[in-house]
Ligand binder design. Structure first.
Ligand code: MN
Length: 244
């Protein structure tokens, strides 16, 4: 199974969670919210070759952490994946919109200059702005819109642009998230948990809760769980093949 967007370092028992992921053979993209967290987060993955740590600067803390951009630039050559990055158009974040945009633009320009990266992208209430920005930096790499919740027109645009998507149990529990997921080409989907932020059955999500997302995709696609897992694993191989 694959959890292509979780915050391993934000679990209180992060070491244990990382060890459980390793033991279960889970493929994990451990995203970070600040460049300063990257070293500690990647240390969690040191004995688990299937856990990759992404370098990020989350839009909701762009204002307080923008001084870490030089550290982002310094670490970028060491990583294959970048995230969590993006824009947040929610009421609380909108006052930081200019800083968020400047930070996101800086990151995309650096990824572009570095030859492209796999990018896990936040686009809550900001899908069309995220797509506008991505269009300005077509060489920034392969964008993966995590927990996409925008409109159907922007979804079409994102698909046409070449975006990938990561979908989780929380997204697939809702009618709308299910309808959006059904419109995503199945060769551009990966599963995610977005733990510990996302919730499943009233508790915080764990990386292995992606089994629920995989089952729901199987239902949408009319396939068995095993067939669905094969598609998702094929997608993961294809993603890294394309990113080489
Ligand atoms: Mn997240």
């Amino acid at each position: 199974m694959i959890d292509f967007h979780c915050h391993l370092d934000l679990y209180p028992n992060a070491r244990q969670i990382a060890e459980d992921c390793r033991r279960r053979g889970l493929y994990v993209l451990s995203v970070t919210t600040t460049p300063a967290a990257w070293n500690g987060s990647s240390a969690l993955a040191c004995e688990a070759p299937r856990i990759l740590t992404a370098l990020g600067l989350h839009p909701q803390i762009a204002q307080e952490r923008r001084a870490e951009l030089p550290l982002f630039d310094e670490l970028l050559p060491q990583v294959r994946c970048v995230g969590e990055i993006g824009l947040d158009g929610g009421a609380a974040s909108r006052r930081d919109w200019e800083t968020q945009s400047a930070v996101f633009e800086h990151i995309l320009a650096k990824c572009s200059a570095a030859g492209g990266r796999i990018m896990s992208i936040h686009s809550r209430k900001a899908a069309s702005h995220v797509l506008d920005m991505l269009a300005k930096f077509p060489d920034a790499g392969i964008p993966i819109l995590h927990w996409y919740s925008g409109g159907y027109e922007d979804l079409k645009r994102a698909i046409a642009f070449g975006c990938w998507f990561s979908v989780g149990p929380a997204m697939l529990q809702g009618v709308r998230g299910t309808a959006l997921s059904a419109r995503i080409p199945r060769h551009r989907i990966l599963t995610e948990s977005d733990g510990p932020f996302a919730r499943v059955d009233g508790r915080r999500a764990f990386p292995w809760d992606v089994d629920v997302a995989q089952l729901r995709l199987a239902k949408i696609w009319g396939l068995t769980d095993k067939e669905t897992e094969e598609i998702l694993h094929g997608n993961l191989r294809q993603l890294f093949y394309r990113a080489m």
